[in-house]
Every structure is written in structure tokens, then in C-alpha cells.
Design a protein around this ligand. Structure first.
Ligand code: ATP
Ligand code: MG
Length: 408
């Protein structure tokens, strides 16, 4: 069947559906406000005219038609925003042009079928403007018949192989077909703040990403051993935060010097306990940063028994150092799964670049794998008053602000 007349170039409109945000009951306006804020920030620089709310979905209206390239970049950004369930670019038809709507629906259905052959379909009409004189069901029947006549597709209301959606707005009809999947989850910022301990390794960026997806705004802390190690681990940490900016458009990264504390531990504590002690001081410093930025908890990339420092005994001996809760989203995840997730996120290739970890600096020959808390506490007692060193490390901490660049 020949396709109908092409739909005139109108300013691009994108319909954005949210999933979990929509089931938040009385708190829905709060979550929705957050989602709109993150979306607006993520597509800064695009010619947006308005982001408006319809029940269960948002309409992103542009001031002019986007070029294919611009559209691809806007869609890529929307695809990175947590809270978006799925989204589609719409075609538009004037409200007084029912024949035009029919032709556009037929054209869209034919195009979808050409892109991926399918046998059945249904039309789904949403009337945002209930004063429109034709009911949704009647419009579905009329448009559906036109598609059947023009394409030979069959109507299947229960489990169609494709759907054509029609939105009846006050001034126009919008129509769209296949949906692009979003990340779902909750908009960043809606669940409060966390401080993530970000090494330059594979796991910690994945851990931070997972909790961004549960609505947490993440403040990143990276510990380094300058001047005894190279700057590479700091640059990699920064690059990782930049890579995550698609999901959290503005971030802070604190680069905290640990070398002096490590040197003190190396000279005054039993060698096998060094790593456990380094980690305890990292947690203490991270907890101080959390207090400063009003974060409620810490997040690490620890996964049970993945490496020597992450045995159950060591995790218990390490976490005793702070009262701040520690979230470990990867605790039961295998390395293989974490690597697959890091690849999807685009952090893997950054994480595998070589660097001197601050813990490889002054690593003992045989680190303790089953630290006893009383031994750890005794070792710390021998270190004496460490508070001034902690405050000194914080005073020498560099703070970087990392932002998602605006679309141009
Ligand atoms: P990762 O891949 O995240 O580095 P890992 O398997 O190398 O993890 P460890 O090096 O034992 O594991 O680190 C455990 C956790 O401690 C990390 O996931 C991270 O949250 C934190 N951590 C380790 N090193 C640093 C660092 N230099 N700066 C900040 N956090 C760190
Ligand atoms: Mg590491």
C-alpha cells in the first residue's frame, strides 16, 4: 500500500512516560517535580519551549523542528535520566484535520511495519481534552479501520504486535508508535544524599550508579596518596564521574589526601592490619564529608569475599569505625555481573586503565583476611590521637564540580 501524505514538519514534541514515579501516591508531585528538574537540566541547550505534565506522562515541546542529529542527542540524554519508563517522538496534526490524522496514523503504521514486519496492531487514544466530541473508542475504531484498509494488518486488542498512540490535546493531535525504553527507577535527588567512596576501579562506579537509580544524589569521595603515587587515579576518578553525568548532571568530587595517614599506619601498626586500618580511616573521612554535605549514608563498591579486604570478618572490622550507615549495593553481586554492568555504563574502559591505587601504596606482603576487632582497636590505640590528621586531610581536600555539558 502506498504511504499517506507526509506529516508536515512541526516543532518536535517528545512524549515521556514515567513508571515508578507515577505510583508514589500523595508524594507524586514531589517525585514528578524532581523528574522534571533532572530532565530539564539534562537537555539544557536544546531548543525546549515547554515541558508540561499530562496524567501519567510529560510532553517535551521544542521551539522548532529538531534536525536528525539534534533529535538523536536529545533522545540520548532522555534515555539516561532515571525515572523515565519509556519515550517516543511524536508526529503532529492540527485538531481540525481529522482526515489528516487518519492519513498520518496510516503512514505511521505502514512505516512501523516496514521497519519491523508485524501482523497485528491496535490504536490507543488518550483524550487529554475531554471536550473533543468523538470518544476514544470511536476514534480507535475509525483510525483502526483506516489502517486495516490501507495495510492489511489485523486488529488485536489483547496482545498486538504494535501500537499506535494518539493524544488528543486542545490544539492538536499527537501520534507516536514504537517506544524507546528508559532507565526507569527514581529521579536523582528524590531519595536524599549519599557519599560514595569512589576508587578508580570497576566496582564503585557501578555501586554509585545503582543508588542513583534509586533516587540518591551522590557526592563522590576519592582517596589518593599523592605525592607518592601518580595523578592517574585522580584523573580516572574524575573521568568516571564525568561518565556518570548522563545520569546525574551535576556532581561534586572530593579528592582527599590519605598519604600522611597511611605513612603513620605503616610506621606504627602491624603490617597485616594496614589495609583494614586504611579503610577505617577512609570511612571516617567519608563520614566527615557526609556530615558537611548533609548526606545520610555512605556507599561502597564492596562485594562479599571478592578480595582479601572484603571478607565478612574484615567488612565487620572496617565498618565499626563509623556510625554513619554504609550501603553496599554490590554485596551479593558476582564480579562477572558487575563487569557486564560497568560495560553497559561505559565506565569499564575507564576503570581498567592502569593506575597506582592508594592502597597498593605501602601494601603489606600478606594482608589480614580475618581481622579481629580487638586487635584492630588495639592497633588504633597505639596510633594515638588521629583527629588532627583527619582534619588536616580534609583541609587539603580538593573539590571538583563536574557538570554534564549543555547540548549545543
Ligand atoms: P573497586 O573496583 O571499586 O576499586 P575493589 O574490588 O578494587 O573495588 P577494594 O579496592 O577493596 O575493592 O575497595 C573496596 C571499596 O572501597 C571500593 O569499592 C570503594 O568503595 C572503596 N575504595 C577503595 N579504594 C578507594 C579510594 N582510593 N578512594 C575511594 N574509595 C575507595
Ligand atoms: Mg579498588
Amino acid at each position: 500500500m502506498p504511504p499517506g501524505p507526509p506529516v508536515a514538519a512541526r516543532p518536535t514534541t517528545i512524549v515521556i512516560h514515567y513508571g515508578e514515579v507515577g505510583i508514589k501516591g500523595k508524594n507524586r508531585p514531589f517525585f514528578l517535580g524532581m523528574l522534571k528538574r533532572v530532565l530539564q537540566r539534562s537537555i539544557e541547550g536544546a531548543p525546549v519551549r515547554k515541558l508540561r505534565s499530562l496524567p501519567g506522562r510529560l510532553l517535551l515541546e521544542c521551539a522548532r523542528p529538531l534536525s536528525a542529529d539534534e533529535e538523536a542527542r536529545v533522545l540520548e540524554r532522555i534515555g539516561g535520566v532515571f525515572g523515565v519508563a519509556h519515550f517516543s517522538v511524536c508526529a503532529e496534526v492540527a485538531r481540525d484535520d481529522l482526515d489528516g490524522l487518519e492519513a498520518a496514523v496510516v503512514e505511521l503504521a505502514s512505516r512501523m511495519q516496514t521497519q519491523r514486519p508485524r501482523r497485528s496492531f491496535r490504536i490507543v487514544t488518550h483524550r487529554s481534552d475531554k471536550r473533543f466530541p468523538i470518544t476514544s473508542v470511536d476514534l480507535n475504531v475509525r483510525l483502526g479501520q483506516a489502517v486495516v484498509d490501507a495495510t492489511g494488518l489485523c486488529v488485536d486488542l489483547k496482545s498486538p504486535e504494535m501500537e499506535v498512540h494518539v493524544e488528543v490535546l486542545q490544539d492538536r493531535f499527537l501520534l507516536y508508535g514504537d517506544r524507546r525504553p528508559g532507565l526507569d527507577g527514581l529521579p536523582v535527588g528524590s531519595s536524599g544524599r549519599l557519599v560514595a567512596l569512589l576508587s578508580s576501579g570497576i566496582d564503585s562506579p557501578v555501586a554509585a550508579y545503582r543508588l542513583m537509580g534509586r533516587g540518591c544524589r551522590i557526592f563522590f569521595v576519592h582517596f589518593h596518596s599523592l605525592p607518592y603515587t601518580k595523578r592517574a587515579s585522580l584523573d580516572l576518578a574524575e573521568e568516571l564521574v564525568r561518565q556518570l553525568a548522563r545520569h546525574q548532571p551535576s556532581s561534586r568530587l572530593y579528592l582527599v589526601p590519605l598519604a600522611e595517614i597511611q605513612r603513620k599506619i605503616v610506621t606504627e601498626a602491624p603490617a597485616p592490619l594496614r589495609v583494614v586500618l586504611y579503610r577505617r580511616y577512609m570511612l571516617r573521612l567519608a563520614a566527615l564529608v557526609a556530615k558537611k554535605v548533609h548526606a545520610r549514608a555512605l556507599v561502597t563498591g564492596e562485594s562479599l569475599a571478592q578480595v582479601a579486604s572484603q571478607t565478612l570478618d574484615n567488612l565487620v572490622a572496617i565498618e565499626e569505625a563509623v556510625d554513619t550507615p554504609i550501603l553496599r549495593p554490590l554485596i551479593g553481586t558476582s564480579k562477572g555481573e558487575i563487569i557486564a554492568e560497568a560495560r553497559r555504563l561505559g565506565t569499564f574502559d575507564i576503570s581498567i586503565q592502569p593506575f597506582d591505587d592508594c592502597c597498593s601504596f605501602l601494601m603489606p606482603q600478606s594482608p589480614e583476611t580475618h581481622a579481629k576487632l580487638d586487635q584492630v582497636l588495639r592497633a588504633e590505640e597505639r596510633l594515638g590521637e588521629m583527629q588532627p590528621m583527619l582534619f588536616d586531610a580534609l583541609a587539603r581536600t580538593e573539590e571538583l564540580r563536574i557538570k554534564l555539558p549543555p547540548l549545543s
